[in-house]
Design a protein around this ligand. Structure first.
Ligand code: CDP
Ligand code: MG
Length: 894
């Protein structure tokens, strides 16, 4: 079962992090009280036998022949007051041995690639080398980009701590949050943030050095940044204010950067950091891989914990829900005698909170089950059991997994060694989750040594693969899978799919076991399966639609995107699809029509950006949503559109209630809740105009009602809303409001969580705004005279898909069946279902979506327009056709 989401519900590039996670500003790291180290001590290597090369920070480098005339290396040396403990810890890192080599290369070359095993110290140490060498003197900044928000935050905290500096100096910036100040000298940020800065100042004049971290991940924004920076570096050199670019990568496929004439005509030097990697013994499963790899992980961890010597365990799973479920099972199997009471420990963990709340509710409910009123299910259709949406695993309610998995808890497998043995509960396991959306303070726990007498067990998604290095891991359990968004090339619709990792990723995972001593990696798949893995994961840019990216690039006045020096270019089809969508949205000027039927690709790929496109590019959401925001400065619609966009961007507002029930009791509970949710949806959708806004109105209503309740977990639970999603929406509303205020300060918007419902006329404007944004997701109900066979009954036709699509039963428009609708996404279960449906008035189509229409006469001036005096659309044509040739009814000729 896959979910197809054509409307990009979230900003693409972060698979599970971008739209959901966000981090509050951290208080400054207080300098350690027992600070004793002096600058002098830090300037020289100190007592350790580790060879810290003396020349690195004091002697002038052999940099006489730098390409630029300005001094390539600053003469100033900035002392750093590290604590002796910290200094000692640093000196153990392999990269310290390469400090001189790196700094000399940086002095001599504008671009340097540093590649080294994960954990060798690239992210935490190289910024410090540069700082000490004075690259942030004269008020300039050392910038480091990370593809993940968590890394940006965690690393800024770590480096501040290591350097004994406040977070006013070593800061982070992620989207609209951060703690950057005037004093900031080292700035960690997400790659998207730097891209936005380039839009404001193409030469990045505040920066003396930019480090692109985790370049091997090949995230789209990292790729683009490298392409852009290759140009910025040469521009800066021409102006004699050189900018240094460091590309840092794990030891994966560096050739994409070095052997790329267009990107770097002169290949930059590559400095390899020798890793102090201990041997890791890899154990493959003999059996064919099991479907239930979570349970297999559980068994393996139990076995390791019971039978193998001390050493941390790191488990790789695919998603947040699985991580939580396994953590719970492990905690139950090996309870922690000194665990704090659960209320405290899980204070910020809203999922846990919800779970407890549900439990207490269930208990209370069971107690009075006999007296509870039964709500009728008569007028609500549900999907047949089993039609869950796998996709939701990424975010789904963990309670469900726990419920389904709980009876397996003590099942340690039927193979000999495990059989029947109970885990030795006397040895506590210190179980910690780790995934991108985890609150940073919780994430930081994995870096702390586990309580004495316990064994550390971290259950992680692939964030632990390269971004974060956990100390003390000796055993790795690798399920071999990764959850990735998958895009359909033709339709542009997407789904999350669990698939095998690449060989490079599997080896990277295994490597995590050999950081401090020889280790073991248990792969839950056979060596034959491993042999079939792809060698490397394909770069993200080749796997997804690129319209957001193209818009950002056009905003940088890169018109001929096809000529851009991508490290790996996206396919021409992807570029064309992106450009066409952006033209349709009005973000790009339409290409000049040529006489020949087939336009040369190049002209189709060099459309300049419009004023609307520039505005859209400033919003941190996908272009369809950005269009909605850009259109909303009328009739007081902005606060509503912001809420709608926030709600559409956050995945799954509502709990998943269509899952199969494990017991009769659960089934009753589920039915009960489904009915309640259906009723609430009808209430939120309202009647008349507001019902026509459909599921979008439900989003507005749900957020509004939830905010009126003070956004309480109880309210969410009672109404089937995901508490976490509601919190995220609130946060996103804040961010988007900031974004709007930045673009247009006169709007003077502020977030009023308790907004009034929109007026009737505002609802109509909102419907039009939604149509304007989601125009390529228009669907028309198949008319009775066109009915080919029964499978098309109540079906809709979309331009992109040949098969019939239907309004999802959970939609408030399920029974309304408007002739024209737009949808947010298509979910495929037994049928193709449209979700997030809103009704469209036919006369809006030529006005709001002219680029999707074929007019029977060439467009005359003025184009069709809404005439307020007449109260209707004026369109001087007899008929219009939607792109695939659907005849639209004749539009009134005035
Ligand atoms: O970037 P790279 O993977 O090369 O290494 P790093 O992230 O700079 O990490 C260097 C070392 O710092 C690792 O051994 C981590 O375990 C340690 N570290 C830590 O102890 N606490 C943190 N919050 C971050 C890193
Ligand atoms: Mg790193």
């Amino acid at each position: 079962i896959s979910s197809l989401s054509g409307a990009h519900r979230k900003h693409y590039h972060q698979e599970e992090e971008e739209s959901e996670s966000s981090v509050e500003s951290e208080p400054d790291e207080a300098p350690a009280a027992e600070l004793v180290a002096t600058g002098a001590e830090n300037g020289s290597p100190g007592p350790s036998s580790q060879p810290r090369v003396a020349g690195t920070t004091s002697a002038p480098p052999a940099a006489a022949s730098t390409p630029a005339r300005a001094p390539a290396k600053p003469a100033v040396f900035i002392p750093v007051d590290r604590t002796p403990e910290m200094q000692e810890e640093r000196l153990k890192l392999p990269i310290l041995a390469e400090e001189q080599v790196i700094m000399e290369a940086v002095a001599e070359h504008p671009i340097v690639i540093v590649c080294g095993e994960t954990g060798s110290g690239k992210t935490t140490q190289v910024p410090q080398f540069l700082y000490e060498a004075g690259y942030s003197s004269d008020n300039s900044i050392i910038g480091i980009t990370e593809p993940r928000r968590v890394a940006a935050v965690a690393m800024s905290q770590r480096v501040a701590k290591e350097m004994n500096l406040s977070q006013r100096v070593v800061s982070y910036q992620i989207r609209y949050e951060g703690n950057v100040t005037e004093e900031t000298r080292i700035k960690f940020m997400t790659d998207g943030v730097l891209l936005k800065e380039i839009q404001k100042d193409f030469l990045l004049q505040r920066y003396r050095v930019v480090l692109i971290d985790e370049a091997h991940e090949r995230s789209v924004y990292t790729d683009i940044l490298i392409g852009l920076l290759s140009r910025i570096v040469s521009l800066r050199a021409k102006r004699h204010v050189p900018l240094k670019l460091l590309i840092m990568s794990a030891t994966l496929r560096v050739e994409d950067f070095t052997h790329n004439q267009r990107l770097f005509p002169q290949p930059p030097p590559v400095i390899k950091v020798e890793s102090r990697q201990f041997p890791v013994t890899v154990h493959f499963n003999k059996r064919t891989p099991l479907e239930d790899y979570s349970s297999e992980c559980f068994r393996k961890v139990c076995k390791i914990h019971r039978m193998l010597p001390a050493g941390g365990i790191l488990v790789f799973l695919t998603g947040q829900a699985e991580v939580h479920a396994l953590c719970r099972r492990l905690r139950r199997a090996f309870p922690h005698p000194r665990r704090r009471p659960p209320e405290k420990e899980d204070q910020e963990d809203s999922v846990e909170e919800m779970r407890k709340f549900k439990k207490s509710r269930t208990r209370a409910k069971n107690a009075q089950a006999a007296t509870l009123p039964q709500i009728s299910l008569d007028n609500y259709s549900v999907l047949p059991a089993g039609e869950g949406d796998q996709d939701r695993e990424a975010e789904m309610d963990e309670e469900e997994e726990a419920a389904l998995g709980s009876d397996l808890d003590l099942d340690l497998g039927d193979d000999g060694a495990d059989g029947g043995e109970q885990p030795d509960a006397s040895l506590p396991l210190h179980v910690l989750p780790l995934y991108s959306l985890l609150a940073p303070e919780k994430q930081a726990q994995v870096f702390q040594p586990p309580p004495e007498g316990t064994r550390l067990c971290v259950v992680a998604t692939n964030v632990a693969e390269t971004s974060l290095t956990i100390p003390g891991i000796k055993y790795v359990v690798d399920c071999g899978k990764v959850k990735k968004r998958h895009y359909d090339r033709v339709t542009g619709v997407s789904s999350f799919r669990v698939s095998w990792v690449s060989q490079a990723s599997a080896d990277q995972r295994a490597g995590r076991a050999g950081r401090t001593e020889p280790g073991h990696c248990y792969r839950l798949y056979s060596s034959a399966v491993f042999g079939d893995f792809e060698q490397f994961p394909p770069p993200e840019i080749t796997r997804r639609p690129v319209e957001d990216l193209i818009l950002q690039m056009k905003a940088l006045n890169i018109e001929k995107v096809i000529n851009f020096p991508f490290p790996t270019p996206p396919s021409v089809e992807a570029l064309i699809a992106a450009e066409e969508l952006l033209v349709a949205l009005g973000a790009l000027e339409a290409p000049q029509k040529t006489k020949s039927m087939k336009q040369p690709q190049r002209s189709r790929l060099s459309c300049p950006i419009t004023a609307l496109g520039r505005t859209m590019a400033t919003f941190p959401v996908a272009p369809r949503y950005a269009k909605m925001l850009a259109l909303s400065r009328q009739h007081g619609c902005l606060p509503y559109t912001i809420t709608i966009v926030a709600a559409m961007t956050v995945r799954e507002l509502f709990e998943e209630l269509d899952r199969p029930a494990a017991s009769n009791e659960e089934l009753t509970k589920l039915k009960d809740k489904r009915a309640r949710v259906a009723q609430m949806k009808r209430i939120w959708a309202g009647q008349g105009a507001s019902l026509k806004l459909g599921d979008i109105m439900v989003l507005l209503g749900a957020v509004g009602a939830c905010e009126y309740s003070g956004c309480s977990p109880q309210f969410c639970e009672a109404n089937g809303l995901r508490y976490k999603a509601m919190l995220e929406i609130r946060r996103l509303r804040g961010q988007l409001t900031t974004a709007v205020n930045t673009v247009c300060p006169e709007a003077g918007l502020f977030v009023d969580p308790k907004m009034q419902p929109p007026s009737e006329s505002q609802v109509t404007y909102l419907r039009q705004i939604v149509v304007a944004g989601l125009g390529d997701h228009l669907a028309r109900r198949v008319q009775s005279e066109d009915l080919l066979d029964d499978k098309w009954k109540n079906a809709y036709k979309t331009p992109l898909l040949d098969d019939p699509v239907f309004i999802h039963p959970s939609s408030v428009l399920f029974k309304e069946l408007p002739e024209f609708v737009v949808y947010q996404e298509i979910v495929e279960t037994t049928k193709m279902y449209m979700k997030g449906v809103s009704a469209v008035e036919v006369q809006w189509i030529p006005v709001l979506l002219p680029s999707y229409c074929q007019f029977d006469k060439p467009l005359e001036e003025p184009p069709p327009a809404y005439c307020p005096e007449k109260g209707r659309v004026i369109c001087h044509r007899a008929s219009v056709f939607y792109r695939v040739g659907w005849p639209l009814p004749a539009v009134q000729v005035d």
